[in-house]
Design a protein around this ligand. Structure first.
Ligand code: ADP
Ligand code: MG
Ligand code: MG
Length: 252
């Protein structure tokens, strides 16, 4: 059974059509890499899937498996999508000055528990649960008590996105350029973290500009998104070919 089926997706922002008939099918257990030139619509795709209100779907369908039934994802509000296990790690993680990282994670975690009909996890227990998750991304506990992303370095923000992913344990994780701006050590930490979060029952979609990331996280499929459509799909050898030849050979 497919986890996500995107068919002929058209979407626009500010009256400008960005996605122009995109097709993509994802099954549980798979890792997909999406590559493509700047401005081709990669972040737009992630935001449309997460339900960002600025992006309007004008054509096509997106179905997502919930309890063995395909549901129209586009009818779900953004928070419902999150509760159904869709997670977006932002290309540019936002700073939330007034809210501690701990409170943010605890609130998000408990709202998923509540959605599943479980009791919320008390603060003390959650803090213990977080210890293991912090290790996964080599973050010190002191980051929990700082405001979300505020004053974090680029690398720390990206690690914090993976921490959120580790805590929420999404079924479908969309990682938008989580590797960009990372030095080689941070890249290793982030990719080790993602690799440890790979499971048979979840799927990961990684947007990346760099073949380098795919040395660490082996994708099952590599797609090229060009001018609002997926124009080529292959295995990791496609990423090597793109590194060598660029995108020109795909533009006709
Ligand atoms: P990518 O992530 O592949 O670099 P994006 O999805 O961010 O591309 O952007 C695709 C196109 O949509 C770009 O031309 C960008 O300028 C435009 N775009 C994205 N978001 C907005 C917005 N909020 N308002 C206007 N144009 C936008
Ligand atoms: Mg870009
Ligand atoms: Mg982008």
């Amino acid at each position: 059974m497919n986890m996500l089926e995107i068919k002929n997706l058209h979407a626009r922002v500010e009256e400008k059509e960005i996605l122009k008939g995109l097709n993509l099918t994802i099954k549980a257990g798979e890792v997909h890499a999406i590559m493509g030139p700047n401005g081709s619509g990669k972040s737009t795709l992630s935001k449309v899937l997460a339900g960002h209100p600025a992006y309007e779907v004008t054509e096509g369908t997106v179905n997502y498996e919930v309890n063995f039934m395909m549901k129209n994802l586009l009818e779900l509000a953004p928070d419902e999508r999150a509760k159904e296990g869709i997670f977006l790690a932002f290309q540019y993680p936002i700073e939330v000055p007034g809210v501690s990282n701990f409170t943010f994670l605890h609130t998000a975690f408990n709202s998923v528990l509540q959605h599943q009909g479980s009791e919320p996890m008390p603060e003390g227990e959650f803090r213990e649960f977080l210890v293991q998750k912090l290790k996964l991304v080599s973050m010190k506990p002191e980051y929990l008590d700082r405001p979300v992303n505020t004053g974090f370095s680029g690398g720390e923000k990206k690690k914090n996105e993976i921490l959120q992913m580790a805590v929420l344990s999404p079924r479908l994780a969309l990682l938008d350029e989580t590797d960009s701006g990372l030095d080689i050590d941070a890249l290793r930490v982030v990719s080790d973290g993602v690799n440890k979060l790979r499971r048979k029952d979840n799927a990961i979609v990684m947007v990346t500009h760099y073949q380098r990331l795919l040395d660490y996280i082996k994708p099952d499929y590599v797609h090229v998104l060009l001018n609002g459509k997926i124009v080529e799909t292959g295995d990791s050898s496609l990423a090597l070919k793109l590194e060598d030849k660029g995108y020109d050979w795909l533009i006709n």
